[in-house]
Design a protein around this ligand. Structure first.
Ligand code: IPM
Ligand code: MG
Length: 369
């Protein structure tokens, strides 16, 4: 038996296969990995009529970690409730692997601060983490349609809330070790309206005394959406339920102006394999053109090394290399669009537009430095 970590690779649809292939090249510079490539999403629907087969789910459960590209595309868009949808593959994996904690760090790369839709003085210093509950709430509650009436049910148990609250408090503690800041958790709910939110707030408050070094505050979700735009740099860890987390994590991602840069990790119980994927989608409009931005997947591989394989030094090396390449001026078209118009400034290297392969070569070269 080899010691090489077993990674199930799910390239998915659209640009997924391109960015995942680039990431395999990156990982291979850190030694050997046993990659097991499988179908998920639209490509699996085409082949098997379902977005996630039992066989693929079993392979994922038995792996050391799972690396995912992206799923979906117009080919499989449908409102027919009976037709299979690529997203069902993702939701099936989350539930089937017990991945209840989704971590989405938002830290604009210093070289890209100018791409933010916010003024530089607002976005400067932003470094936050969205901890989203991923296997409960309205995503997985009872739903149905009866003629002109439809329903989706939001349900949470205290146990589900407690474990995600602990994930958030522990993440805040870990982040403080490197930042030196007092750790803070902001719990987001809609306790003025929803019973599940009142239970949420109560349980988070009950867990908090176990982490008395971590400051805790509560925000209503509408207020949180507003504060994220007006004072993003004041947030540390945000913990929230599934649907609110879906919305707030996209909002947080856009703060940086570079959705193409953001990684994520979905984690389950201690020791169980995690799932690592970029936050952006499958970008079918640019698939196959060799211009997809592989950086969010590289950073997801870094999260895999850190959270999934306990190889934090290699994770930091990838993050540093990505920052260095951006500082050097390299931009895939999605990043260039927002910033190329900036007039050249002294001491700032000119921006160069590159494709997936050149960007990958540049990160590999920066790693070798
Ligand atoms: C995400 C996505 C998914 C979600 C979709 C594709 C089902 O938006 O990972 O945030 O809503 O969770
Ligand atoms: Mg989303």
């Amino acid at each position: 038996m080899s010691d090489a970590p077993r990674i199930v690779v799910l390239p998915g649809d659209g640009i997924g296969p391109e960015i995942v292939a680039a990431t395999r090249r990156l990982l291979e510079t850190f030694g050997s990995f046993e990659f097991d490539e499988r179908l998920l999403g639209g490509c699996s629907i085409d082949e098997h009529g379902t977005a996630l087969t039992d066989e693929v789910l079993e392979a994922c459960r038995a792996a050391d970690a799972v690396l995912l590209g992206a799923v979906g595309g117009p080919k499989w868009d449908t409102t027919d409730p009976a037709a299979p949808r690529p997203e069902q593959g993702l939701l099936g994996l989350r539930k089937g692997m017990g991945l209840y904690a989704n971590l989405r760090p938002v830290r604009p790369s210093p070289a890209l601060v100018g791409a933010s839709p916010l003024r530089e003085e607002r976005i400067a210093g932003t470094d936050l983490l969205v901890v989203r509950e991923l296997t409960g709430g309205i995503y997985f509650g009872d739903s149905g349609r009866d003629g002109d009436r439809a329903h989706d049910t939001c349900e949470y148990t205290a146990a589900e809330i407690e474990r995600i609250a602990r994930t958030a408090f522990e993440a805040a503690r870990r982040r403080a070790e490197s930042s030196g800041r007092r750790p803070r958790v902001t719990s987001v709910d809609k306790a003025n309206v929803l019973e599940t939110s009142r239970l949420w707030r109560e349980v988070v408050g009950r867990v908090a005394p176990d982490y008395d070094d971590v400051a805790l505050d509560h925000l209503l979700v509408d207020n949180a959406a507003m504060q994220l735009v007006s004072r993003p740099a004041d947030f540390d860890v945000i913990v929230t339920e599934n649907l609110f987390g879906d919305i707030l994590s996209d909002e947080s991602a856009m703060l940086t102006g570079s959705l193409g840069m953001l990684p994520s990790a979905s984690l389950g119980a201690d020791g169980a394999p995690g799932l690592f994927e970029p936050v952006h989608g499958s970008a079918p409009d640019i698939a196959g053109k060799g211009i997809a931005n592989p950086l969010a997947t590289f950073l997801s591989a870094a999260m895999m090394l850190r959270h999934g394989l306990e190889r934090p030094d290699e994770a930091s090396r990838i993050e540093t290399a990505v920052d260095a390449v951006l500082e050097g001026g390299m931009r895939t078209p999605d990043l260039a669009a927002g910033t190329l118009a900036t007039p050249p400034m002294p001491d700032v290297p000119a921006e160069v537009e590159v494709g997936t392969a050149e960007m990958t070569d540049a990160v590999l070269a920066a790693l070798a430095d």
